[in-house]
Design a binder for this molecule. Structure first.
Ligand code: ARG
Length: 478
């Protein structure tokens, strides 16, 4: 008989059981479900809704079940639909009818919302830790590559030279915003919906604040209907995850490009590449490609959740059971991508010579020649036209600007003097971009100092939250 079977005259159709069950995926919430139940029972006891001995029996039973689940000794059943009813059933089997008191003043609607929040707050910490590791890998490589100059691109056409460190740091700052978005979402995730009941609250004199404190949460959801019916914290996570994988995908695209024979700017370590079943010479950047490709499923999860929520009347609807798989999938996908990218970056070989050669053989110093003329009084638009003529001449003659003798250059503008040859070297060109955020060496040093501070702050933030969660978990389950 179902836990809710009282008003039914016959068993559910087996197809219905199979179709409506969520246990195959929400079993991942087992430990969070038990933690939520332990806090709920403790509160029921302190509010004299349960007797001390009843609460103790239930708490001991729940801990035993948590132990069995962790040891893989428990079979979950689709006929009990979801993790909440499976655990309640296990509890009643374990300790008898007193187990039936667990669900006093609670509904699966507030219970599932709580479980998801408890799960997600841990996942946020894990992802922030992984993001930080990737930031470290990029930053360490940047520190070694300040003097490595490469072509900077717009339209994938060589534009102006930049330091490779500058390029890598661009990703560090993108990832920093990803970290900050996840950190900011934490306070909205870490609110307790428990006590909202099915939708309207409960008739028992419960203490919602106490449950929230026992679980190390930052407060309670203010409106019971909102508490059980919104999943905006899931949408927010999926959106933040989408932006994150967009950033990772762009980095991966560059790794793929840079490791092609056409670029040869980097070589990925053998450990992170695969071969071809047919072509013996191949070394493919599969991991980077796959991360790039997996952005599709992460965006899909966001669209799926938004669409599921759209137009749902308040409060809980079964549609909302569709909130979990996308959330798990996005968390797992990001986890996998970040875990691989950090060591891939740390172990890649940077082909400095090849990058330098690329900027020797191009016109990426053309802007600097124009700026040189401007410094000598020519309006920029005129200078642009003069340099355009010089570039055209070079292309026709199959040479680069620095190959032109002074008298030829002076034929285009009498303002050009011998100091131009120094001004147009790639080192001079890069270091001339001496504005905050620019690619000049001293400006990169400023960025590196800022990154060190940001990473230290993230580590501090993480440490406090991790300590909080660990002590709550260990305290509850011990
Ligand atoms: N498995 C359900 C879910 O994930 C739990 C909530 C069920 N509530 C209900 N009233 N049927 O959404």
């Amino acid at each position: 008989m179902k836990l809710w079977g009282g008003r039914f005259t016959k068993p559910t159709n087996q197809l219905v059981d199979a179709y409506t069950a969520s246990i195959s995926f929400d079993k991942r919430l087992a430990v969070h479900d038990v933690m939520g139940s332990l806090a709920h029972v403790e509160m029921l006891k302190q509010c004299h809704i349960l007797k001390t001995n009843e609460a103790a029996e239930i708490q001991a039973g729940l801990k035993k079940i948590a132990g069995k689940i962790a040891a893989g000794q428990v079979q979950m059943h689709a006929e009990h639909e979801d993790i909440h009813m499976n655990i309640e059933k296990l509890l009643i089997d374990e300790i008898g009818t007193v187990g039936g008191k667990l669900h006093t003043g609670r509904s699966r609607n507030d219970q599932v919302a709580l479980d998801m929040r408890l799960y997600l707050r841990e996942e946020l910490l894990e992802l922030i830790a992984l993001l930080t590791k990737l930031q470290y890998a990029l930053t360490n490589t940047a520190k070694e590559q300040i003097d490595t100059l490469m072509p900077g691109y717009t339209h994938l056409q060589r534009a102006q030279p930049v330091s490779f460190a500058h390029h890598l740091l661009a990703y560090v700052f993108m990832l920093q915003r990803d970290v900050e978005r996840l950190q900011d979402s934490w306070k909205r995730v870490n609110q307790s919906p428990l006590g909202a009941g099915a939708l309207a609250g409960t008739t028992f004199p419960i203490d919602r604040q106490l449950v929230s404190e026992l679980l190390g949460m930052d407060g309670i959801c203010d409106n019971s209907l909102d508490a059980v019916s919104d999943r905006d914290f899931v949408v927010e996570f999926l959106a933040n995850g989408s932006l994150m994988i967009a950033h990772l995908s762009r980095l991966c695209e560059e790794l793929v490009l840079w490791s092609s024979a056409e670029f040869r700017f980097i070589e990925l370590d053998d450990e992170f590449c695969t071969g071809s079943s047919m072509m013996p010479q191949k070394k493919n950047p599969d991991v980077a490609e796959l991360i790039r490709g997996k952005s599709g499923r992460v965006y899909g999860n966001l669209m799926g959740m938004l669409t599921t929520l759209k137009g749902l009347p308040l409060a809980y609807n079964k549609d909302m059971q569709e909130d979990k798989e996308g959330m798990f999938d996005t968390a797992d996908t990001l986890n996998g991508a970040l875990s691989l990218l950090a060591p891939m970056i740390a172990t890649m070989t940077v082909n400095k010579e090849r990058m330098q050669q690329a900027i020797r053989d191009d016109f990426s110093n053309a802007t600097d020649l124009a700026d040189y003329l401007v410094a000598k009084g020519l309006p920029f638009r005129k200078a642009h036209a003069v340099v355009g003529q010089i570039v055209l001449y070079c292309i026709q003659e199959n040479v680069f600007i620095l190959d032109l003798p002074l008298d030829v250059l002076q034929g285009f503008s009498s303002l050009i003097a011998a100091d131009i040859y120094q001004a147009l070297t790639s080192t001079a060109v890069v270091n001339a971009r001496n504005v905050p955020g620019g690619t000049a060496t001293n400006r990169i040093q400023v960025q590196l100092e800022k990154v060190d501070q940001l990473l230290a702050a993230s580590a501090c933030w993480l440490k406090e939250k991790e300590a909080r969660i660990t002590s709550i978990k260990e305290g509850a389950l011990s």
